[in-house]
Write a new protein. Structure first.
Length: 278
């Protein structure tokens, strides 16, 4: 083998794994509203393989189980605050993503949390923390849950605005808002816009002002359910909270790391061998 061919082979072997190593992860999951619980979290809590409610059964029949295993990934990577421009009417709950289109269904059988006018504690289960702003809107009085949600259905004034930190050691963002007077079923629409990246996250939580406080509220996923479903998720679930450069980092599977290590070792061996060749 000539010195030139040896050099080219060494470069190819060394570079290919490095290109894989330096490629950013395709998606990174970050969370959803648990209190009041979002639509996607409610269906995930019921169990992606065998959900209980008809609406969640229909979601799985239409979209499969993957949207539920990826419950914390309803996002737009390059939103940069342009939510109304990027998300058309009728697609707010899915963030205009085909994968989550069932979340936009205008139905009255989505599980709804009983609420009353006045202060309300919000709980957001975060799997990868990022600094930014959580803004929660509520639908106007007269909102019709049998029609697709439009931007004009939301009150101009949010019911809660909270700045959130780069880290969430407890796994939660918690903040308080105030609900106005309403009757019947309504939607709470959350936008989490990062301030270290253009990425934003969205969720819809159904609430009902006509139910009593003693009425059973829909359940959020347990920590055991989160752990059990993590292996079936197609997104990264953590490691972004303290990172720099927008909070993102490359997620490198062990198998890929092994390939990279082998490639680098081979490159070094070939280079060394070429140097010893007369």
């Amino acid at each position: 083998m000539t010195a030139r061919r040896t050099t080219r082979l060494a470069a190819a072997v060394a570079t290919a794994p490095l290109l894989l190593v330096l490629t950013p992860a395709q998606a990174a999951a970050h969370g959803t509203m648990y209190g009041p619980v979002s639509r996607v979290a409610t269906c995930y809590a019921e169990g992606p393989e065998h959900p209980d409610s008809q609406v969640c059964k229909d979601l799985v029949a239409a979209s499969g189980t993957q949207p539920l295993y990826d419950w914390n990934e309803v996002n737009i990577a390059d939103a940069a605050g342009q939510h109304r421009r990027l998300i058309p009417d009728g697609k707010l709950c899915s963030a205009n993503r085909e994968k989550y289109k069932a979340l936009d269904w205008p139905r009255t059988d989505w599980a709804a949390t009983p609420v009353s006018p006045g202060p309300l504690d919000f709980k957001y289960r975060v799997t990868a923390a990022h600094p930014g702003t959580m803004t929660v809107y509520i639908t106007r009085e007269g909102y019709d849950p049998t029609k697709p949600l439009k931007w004009s259905d939301l009150d101009d004034a949010p019911v809660a605005v909270a700045d959130v930190a780069r880290t969430a050691p407890s796994g939660w963002y918690e903040f308080t808002g105030t609900l106005p007077n309403r009757t019947g079923r309504h939607l709470l629409y959350k936008i989490w816009q990062r301030n270290d990246s253009p990425e934003a996250f969205y969720s819809c939580s159904d609430v009902d002002f006509s139910r009593t406080a003693r009425a059973a509220a829909p359940q959020a996923p347990t920590e055991r359910q989160i752990e059990a479903g993590a292996a079936k998720s197609t997104v990264s679930h953590g490691g972004h909270g303290g990172d720099t450069h927008g909070g993102e980092r490359t997620v490198l599977p062990k198998t890929l790391a092994s390939v990279a290590a082998v490639g680098i070792t081979a490159a070094c061996f070939l280079t060394s061998r070429r140097r010893r060749t007369p």
